[in-house]
Design a protein around this ligand. Structure first.
Ligand code: NBG
Length: 826
C-alpha cells in the first residue's frame, strides 16, 4: 500500500449488507460467476447473482451450524429423514430470514432491476408430492428459527414432481427439469460421498475370535453424493443443513469396455446407478412391485446413517452413545428401512451385541405416521425385499422373531394378536409391513392431528397401542408463519405489524392473538378488507393471464387447492357448483352474491378417477362461465400446476377455504392452516386438524358440515347405499343426472360415466351422504358473506386464534415430548 494515501475501509462485498455493498456484490457475482455484465445478463443471470449474494451472507451461520453438530460433544441433533422436502422457492424466504429486503431492493433498483420480479422468476425445486414434503420443509424452517440443531436427510431427485399442463381440460404431465439451469443454493460435498450396496447375498462366517458373524456381499455399489442446502432461521444467525443425496456410479466409465469398442457398455454402470435418484414417485399410486422405490428408500437411509456414524466417530464418541448424538425422526415409513440398516451396521460391521444394538437403535428412532388409508401403508413383497436387501430381510426376521416371543409371553395363546402385530404379513404375497418395522424400532410414534392420533390408536394401530400405549403421542402439524404469512402476504403482514409489532413472525403462538383486540375496529376492518381485495386482484391478473378467465375481486373467492384424491372430494365441490348453477338457471333474477370457485392440484399420473374429476371441473367451468344467465355471478377456474409458489399467491387471496375430506380420512391437512392464517374462513368437515382449528377459532368462525368420523363408521356398518341419497334429494339427483346425460360434455354420456357410476354404486368416500349438509352450509356461507362486518370479524378472528398452528409450536412439541432437546433460541 503506497504510503500517505488515506485508506478507505475496504468494502467486503461478500458479507456487507448495505445497499452500496449489496450492489457491488451483485455486480461481482454477475461478472465472476456467470461472466456477465448488466448489459449482457439474462433474468436467470440476475437471479443467480442475487442468490449467490444471499448464499454468501449465509455461509458464516452455515459453517457455524455444521461445526455445532460436528464438534459439540454434549449436543443432541435431530436427523430428519424424509423422502421428500418440498422447500419451495428459496430466494424470497432467505432474504426475509436475513432481513435485508430493503437494502437489496434499493441495490437492485439502482441497477435497473426489480427484486420482486427476480424473486418471481425462480423455478422451485419440486422435491415432494404435497403436504408431507412441505411439512418437512416447514419443520426445517422452524428448527433453524428456534435453534434446534438439525440435519434434514433426503434425496436429490433429478426430476421432481411433474409439471402439470392442461390440454382440453385433461391433465398432461411433463418432466420437471428443475436442475436445468443449476441450483445456486446447494454445495456439492464430494468429500462426504459414501457407498451404498444393493442386492447380492448374505453369508455366515467365523471371525478371527471364532464368533459366528454375517457378511453381506452386495452385488452392486452406488455412490451417494451429498448436496447441501442451507436452511437459515429467521433472524439469520442459526443455520441448519438439508443434505440431499444423489446417486452416482462408483465407476462412471468402464475403460475396458471402451477400449474394446463397446461404447454403450462403457457407460451402462453410470446410467444404472443414476437411476436411483432419477425421479420422485408421485404418491397415490399402488406401492407394490416398485423395486426402484425401495432402492431409493434404502439408498438415502443408508447414506444418511453412514454420514451420522462418520460424525459420531469424528466426535470420538462410542457407538453405543449414538442416541445421545442423534434423534432420528422417520417422516412416514419411507425411511423405515433405516431401522434394519442401523442394526446391520452395529451388529455386522461394528460387532455389537444384538441386545445392545437394539437398545441404542430404539432410543434413536421415532416415527411419524401420516396416513390412515390402508392402501397407503407401505408393504414390500418379501421376495422383492430379499432380492434387493437380503441381509436386511434376515435382520427384520430376527427383529420380528424376538418381538413375537415377547408378545406371546405377554399374551399367551393369542395367535391372532401375534399375526396382526407381525412385521410380516403372511397373506400372499408375503410382505414386510414397513409401518410395523417403524413402530417396533421406535421409542415414540406420533400422529399429525389429535383426531388422527386417536384413530391410529383405536383402529389402524390398535394392537400396538394396546401393548405399548406409552409409545403413542400426538403432534399436531403446523406451518411456518414466515413463508405462509410474512413472505406470501406482505400487505397483511405489514398491517398486522402496524398494530401488534413484528414479534409474531417468530413468536406466532404467543403474539398473533393480540390481533383479537382489533376484530371489531371499523378502521382496521376496512384496511383488512382492502388488503384481501388487493390480494384477490393479484390472483385475478394471474387467472386472466394464464387462463383467460375473468375473476372479479369483489366476488367471494372460494378455493380448494390440494392433491386430487377421491377422499379429498373435489367431486363433492364440483357437484355443489353444479347445484348452484342450477339454482341460478332456475331463477336468474334471484339475488346471488358473486362467487368465484377456484381449484388447483395435481393428480397422480395413473389415478384414473382423479384425472377425470379434473376434466369434469374444466367442462363445468366452460359451461358455467359462458352462460349469459349466470352473467359472471358464478365463475369456475382451475389453476394449473399448483405448487408452493402458486400457493403463495392463492392463500392470501382466499375468502373461503375448502377442507371437505370425508371425516376420518385426512390425517391432518396443512393447507387448511395456510388459508386460515391468511384470513380465509374454513368450510369443512370434522376431519384432521380441522377439528382443532375449529376449537381454536370457535364454532362461530367455522362453517361446519358433514358426518363425523364415528358417524361415518356407523353409516357404513348399517350398509351405505348412495342411491338412496340420489333418489331422495332432487338437487343432488339433478346435478348427477346432468353430468351423466352429457350436459357438460356436449352430449357425450360416456366420458363422466365412471364418476357417476362410482358415486351411485360405491361412493367409498360418501360424497352423496354429505351433499345435503354441504349445500346447507353453503347457504350459511352466503348469508355470512352478505354481512361484511361479520365476515371481516370472522376472518380476523381466524388469523388471531390460529397461533397454535405455527410449525414452531409443533417443533417445540417434538423437542419436549419426543426428542428431548432444548431449543437454543426463543
Ligand atoms: C399427508 C396427509 C395430510 C397431512 C400430511 C402431513 C401423506 C402420506 N400424508 O393430511 O395426507 O397433512 O401428510 O402430515 O402424504
Amino acid at each position: 500500500m503506497p504510503k500517505g494515501r488515506k485508506d478507505k475501509p475496504r468494502l467486503d462485498v461478500r458479507t456487507d449488507c448495505t445497499a452500496v455493498g449489496l450492489r457491488q456484490a451483485v455486480l461481482d457475482n454477475l461478472y465472476y460467476i456467470s461472466g456477465n455484465t448488466p448489459a449482457t445478463a439474462s433474468p436467470d443471470d440476475w437471479y443467480c447473482a442475487v442468490a449467490y449474494c444471499m448464499r454468501d451472507r449465509m455461509l458464516k451461520a452455515w459453517n457455524e451450524g455444521i461445526e455445532r453438530i460436528t464438534k459439540a460433544l454434549d449436543l443432541r441433533a435431530v436427523a430428519y429423514l424424509s423422502a421428500e422436502f418440498l422447500i419451495g422457492p428459496q430466494l424470497g424466504s432467505n432474504v426475509l430470514a436475513l432481513g435485508i429486503a430493503e437494502p437489496l431492493r434499493e441495490a437492485l433498483a439502482s441497477l435497473g432491476q426489480d427484486l420482486d420480479a427476480i424473486v418471481d422468476g425462480e423455478h422451485e425445486p419440486g422435491l415432494g408430492n404435497g403436504g408431507l414434503g412441505r411439512l418437512a420443509a416447514c419443520y426445517m424452517d422452524s428448527m433453524a428459527t428456534l435453534g434446534v440443531p438439525a440435519i434434514g436427510y433426503g434425496i436429490h431427485y433429478e426430476f421432481g414432481m411433474f409439471t402439470q399442463a392442461i390440454r382440453d381440460g385433461w391433465q398432461v404431465e411433463m418432466a420437471d427439469k428443475w436442475l436445468r439451469k443449476g441450483f445456486p443454493w446447494e454445495i456439492v460435498q464430494h468429500e462426504f460421498a459414501v457407498e451404498v450396496g444393493l442386492g447380492g447375498s448374505a453369508e455366515t462366517f467365523l471371525d478371527t475370535g471364532g464368533r459366528l458373524r454375517v457378511r453381506w456381499t452386495p452385488e452392486k455399489r452406488i455412490l451417494a453424493v451429498p448436496h447441501d442446502i442451507p436452511v437459515i432461521g429467521y433472524g439469520g444467525t442459526f443455520c441448519n443443513v438439508l443434505r440431499l443425496w444423489s446417486a452416482e456410479a462408483v465407476d462412471a466409465f468402464d475403460f475396458g469396455s471402451f477400449t474394446s469398442g463397446e461404447y454403450g457398455k462403457a457407460v451402462e454402470e453410470k446410467i444404472l446407478s443414476e437411476t436411483i435418484s432419477k425421479v420422485l414417485y408421485p404418491n397415490d399410486e399402488p406401492y407394490q412391485g416398485k423395486v426402484l422405490r425401495l432402492g431409493q428408500q434404502y439408498f438415502f437411509a443408508a447414506a444418511s446413517l453412514k454420514d451420522m456414524l462418520r460424525i459420531q466417530q469424528m466426535l470420538g464418541k462410542p457407538l453405543d452413545a449414538f442416541h445421545t448424538t442423534f434423534a432420528i425422526q422417520l417422516n412416514d415409513t419411507h425411511p423405515a428401512v433405516a431401522v434394519a440398516e442401523l442394526m446391520r451396521l452395529f451388529v455386522d460391521e461394528h460387532d455389537m451385541e444384538w441386545e445392545r444394538a437394539w437398545a441404542v437403535t430404539t432410543k434413536c428412532f421415532s416415527y411419524t405416521n401420516h396416513t390412515l388409508l390402508p392402501e397407503a401403508l407401505e408393504k414390500w413383497p418379501v421376495e422383492l425385499f430379499g432380492g434387493l436387501l437380503p441381509r436386511h430381510l434376515e435382520i427384520i426376521y430376527e427383529i420380528n422373531r424376538r418381538f413375537l416371543v415377547e408378545v406371546r409371553a405377554a399374551y399367551p395363546g393369542d395367535e391372532g394378536l401375534a399375526a396382526r402385530l407381525s412385521l410380516i404379513d403372511e397373506a400372499s404375497p408375503r410382505s414386510v409391513r414397513m409401518a410395523h418395522l417403524a413402530v417396533v424400532g421406535s421409542h415414540a410414534v406420533n400422529g399429525v392431528a389429535a383426531l388422527h392420533t386417536e384413530l391410529l390408536k383405536t383402529h389402524v394401530m390398535q394392537d400396538f397401542a394396546a401393548i405399548t400405549p406409552q409409545k403413542f403421542c400426538n403432534v399436531t402439524n403446523g406451518v411456518t408463519p414466515r413463508r405462509f404469512l410474512a413472505l406470501c402476504n406482505p400487505r397483511l403482514a405489514a398491517c398486522i405489524t402496524s398494530r401488534i409489532g413484528n414479534a409474531w413472525i417468530n413468536r406466532f403462538e404467543d403474539e398473533i392473538v393480540r390481533l383479537e383486540a382489533f376484530a371489531d375496529d371499523p378502521e382496521f376492518q376496512a384496511q383488512w378488507r382492502g388488503i384481501k381485495r388487493a390480494n384477490k386482484a393479484v390472483l385475478a391478473v394471474l387467472a386472466e393471464k394464464r387462463l383467460g378467465v375473468a375473476l372479479h375481486p369483489d366476488a367471494i373467492f372460494d378455493v380448494q387447492v390440494k392433491r386430487f384424491h377421491e377422499y379429498k372430494r373435489q367431486h363433492l365441490n364440483i357437484l355443489r357448483v353444479i347445484a348452484l348453477y342450477n339454482a341460478i338457471k332456475h331463477d336468474p333474477g334471484a339475488e346471488f352474491s358473486p362467487l368465484a370457485v377456484l381449484f388447483g392440484g395435481k393428480a397422480a399420473p395413473g389415478y384414473f378417477m382423479a384425472k377425470r374429476v379434473i376434466k369434469l371441473i374444466h367442462n363445468v367451468a366452460r359451461v358455467v362461465n359462458a352462460d349469459p344467465d349466470v352473467g359472471g355471478r358464478l365463475t369456475v377456474a382451475y389453476i394449473p400446476n399448483f405448487n408452493v409458489r402458486v400457493g403463495q399467491v392463492v392463500y392470501p387471496a382466499a375468502d373461503i377455504s375448502q377442507q371437505i375430506s370425508l371425516a376420518g380420512k385426512e390425517a391432518s391437512g396443512t393447507g387448511n392452516m395456510k388459508f386460515g392464517i391468511n384470513g380465509a374462513v374454513t368450510m369443512g368437515t370434522l376431519d384432521g386438524a380441522n377439528v382443532e382449528m375449529r376449537q381454536c377459532v370457535g364454532a362461530e368462525n367455522f362453517f361446519l358440515f358433514g358426518l363425523t368420523a364415528p358417524e361415518v363408521i356407523e353409516v357404513k356398518r348399517n350398509g351405505y347405499d348412495p342411491r338412496v341419497y340420489a333418489a331422495t334429494d332432487p338437487v343432488l339427483g339433478q346435478a348427477l343426472d346432468m353430468v351423466a346425460s352429457g350436459a357438460f360434455s356436449a352430449g357425450d354420456r360416456d366420458i363422466f360415466r365412471p364418476i357417476v357410476e362410482n358415486l351411485l354404486y360405491q361412493d367409498e368416500y360418501m360424497v352423496l351422504a354429505d351433499f345435503a349438509s354441504y349445500m346447507q352450509c353453503q347457504a350459511s356461507v352466503m348469508e355470512a358473506c352478505r354481512d361484511t362486518t361479520r365476515f371481516t370479524r370472522m376472518s380476523i378472528q381466524n388469523v388471531a386464534r390460529l397461533g397454535k398452528f405455527s410449525s414452531d409450536r409443533s417443533i417445540r412439541d417434538y423437542c419436549r415430548d419426543i426428542w428431548k432437546i432444548t431449543p437454543e433460541l426463543g
